[in-house]
Design a protein around this ligand. Structure first.
Ligand code: FMN
Length: 353
């Protein structure tokens, strides 16, 4: 699956007609002093998991969301862009604020700033990002090659962070150095409360598939620390498969929720023994409208709003009749009003159909 393959997981009886649903796999997730209402969470996605999308995911049933990744250095240096990325709302709690960086003291200071100035009660450390800019600075998945530095970083963050501390990793740097279980032991040994594992190496970027065997080995390596399995969950049935095969405490969903927040509600319905329901055209239209309205609150600049809306409205259309033409027209549009009119027309027409 390519990185940009968003929203491919609209529930479809044709694609996975009889998901194997064991009772008890989808359940509340106790975590130290707190408990998540279920074990389905929205993944951090830079450029995607902004406040509007996080609220949509929470309303659809995700028990936890992660912010876009934020530079610890940028936060410590009081960068304006960094602060914009941290916009939150009490309505979305709990939310994990994700940091990236390479220096223990900077990351620790960023934790203190998050708690003091952003009321953050949950900080997540990004050890998974494969992007060159991160790697050049020794951050993201570059750290998977440096377990000792990881240890120093998590120790410093743990000392600075009174709330929940979690870490997100990939399976390793490349096929020859898969070390998620080793990194997991380091992270758990330093007192992290939760670990998320994307079962791809840094070299794979977004190619191939998320390796459930490595995730299972990671789960087994840290029996006292809950692990979220991540990667390629695009249908409710996948949630049950991945929980069964890995023994993970929960599932983190990224691209599969883009344009398809219903994946959370549908999975929860299956877990209750109810048939998962597709959203009606009316519900879809209402959700798209609500998403647009939330985006309007976050992006007062119409140009920025227009640019940012395109990826969401096209993702909501994915798989629906006429979506290719809609996508072309939206991508070609420059004005916010045009995008809004195309969107209302596309989803509204469906409502009337
Ligand atoms: C557009 C995009 C942005 C992402 N940004 C981040 C990020 O900021 N932090 C992070 O830890 N992972 C990031 N990821 C990785 C996802 O959190 C997740 O690990 C990955 O997409 C695999 O899960 P999925 O198959 O459910 O999408 C990003 C992924 C995508 C597609």
């Amino acid at each position: 699956m390519g990185k940009k393959a968003f929203g491919s997981g609209e529930f479809s009886e044709g694609t996975q007609s009889t998901p194997r649903v064991e009772p008890g796999l989808v359940r509340p997730l106790p975590l130290g002093a707190r408990s998540l209402e279920n074990n389905l969470v929205l993944a951090p996605m830079a450029g995607v998991s902004n406040l509007a999308f996080r609220l949509i995911a929470r309303e659809a049933g995700a028990a936890l969301t992660f912010t876009e990744t934020v530079s610890a250095k940028g936060l410590v240096n009081r960068g304006a862009k960094t602060r914009r990325l941290l916009a939150s709302s009490p309505r979305e709690a709990p939310v994990a604020f994700q940091l990236f960086g390479a220096e223990p003291e900077t990351l620790a200071e960023a934790c203190r700033i998050l708690a003091a100035e952003f009321d953050a009660s949950w900080v997540d450390l990004n050890l998974g990002c494969p992007v060159k800019k991160f790697i050049r600075n020794g951050a993201g998945s570059a750290l998977l090659r440096e377990p000792e530095r990881v240890q120093a970083i998590v120790r410093a963050m743990r000392n600075a962070c009174d709330g929940t501390l979690s870490v997100k990793i990939r399976s390793g740097w490349d096929a020859g150095s898969v070390n998620a279980p080793e990194i997991a032991r380091v992270v758990a040994g330093e007192g992290a409360d939760l670990l998320s594992v994307h079962g791809r190496t840094r070299s794979q970027q977004y190619t191939g598939h998320s390796d459930r065997d490595v995730i299972r080995q990671t789960v087994e390596a840290i029996p006292g620390t809950p692990v979220l399995a991540n990667g390629d969950v695009t249908l409710p049935g996948h949630v049950f498969d991945v929980l069964r095969e890995t023994g993970a405490a929960g599932v983190m969903i990224g691209r599969g929720a883009m344009g398809n927040p219903w994946i959370f509600a549908q999975t929860l319905a299956l877990a209750r023994g109810e048939p998962p329901r597709r959203p009606s055209a009316e519900e879809r239209h209402a959700t798209v409208r609500r998403h647009v309205a939330l985006m309007e609150q976050s992006f007062p600049d119409p140009k920025l709003l227009a640019a940012n809306l395109k990826k969401y409205v096209t993702a909501y259309a994915k798989g629906l009749p006429g979506s290719a033409g809609f996508r072309r027209r939206v991508l070609d549009a420059h004005e916010l009003d045009t995008i809004l009119a195309l969107t209302d027309d596309f989803f509204g027409v469906r409502e009337a159909a």
